[in-house]
Write a protein that binds this ligand. Sequence first.
Ligand code: HEC
Length: 148
Amino acid sequence: MAIRIKLPKFIKESVCAIFVALVILMLSACSSKNYDPNIITNGELLYVENCLSCHGVNLQGQQNWLNALDEDGHRLAPPLNGSGHTWHHPPEMLSEIIKYGLKSIDSKYEGKMVGNENLTDEEILSILEYIKSVWPENLKKEYETNHE
Ligand code: HEC
């Protein structure tokens, strides 16, 4: 004969609520595994120090970047906020461009995107995580699906 323990309703409800909360917690921990807040904060600091002067405080790029050139006749810095074409490049290529400059993919390149060889690979990864963190959610998802 089965023993049925009758629990008060409020206990059943709170057990249920705790269970739901745990599931939500686990799901959010999974989906944000690539967006560790410490990595992003560190990436943001490095961005401010090394990239902001050209790519802008909101990663918006330089004004009129598509059409205008700077005083040396070089192209202007594009946005990194998801509206440019950064997200078409795989992460390995972006790290390469950031570390060794555009020269790494175009040996004749003479423009302003020079390398940042003073940064470690980890620092570059954290800058990339910061850059990705400002992209719209759908773009982030698409990028991760394409480059996982
Ligand atoms: C002196 C200005 C300057 C600084 C500083 C600078 N960039 Fe750039 N960056 C550019 C320019 C200009 C381009 C466009 C290259 C071209 O077409 O000549 C570019 C291109 C890029 C690209 C390729 C863009 C794309 O959409 O494919 C990435 C990624 C990038 N920069 C990231 C960074 C990061 C990260 C930093 C800091 C570590 C940084 N840049 C610092 C000027 C700069």
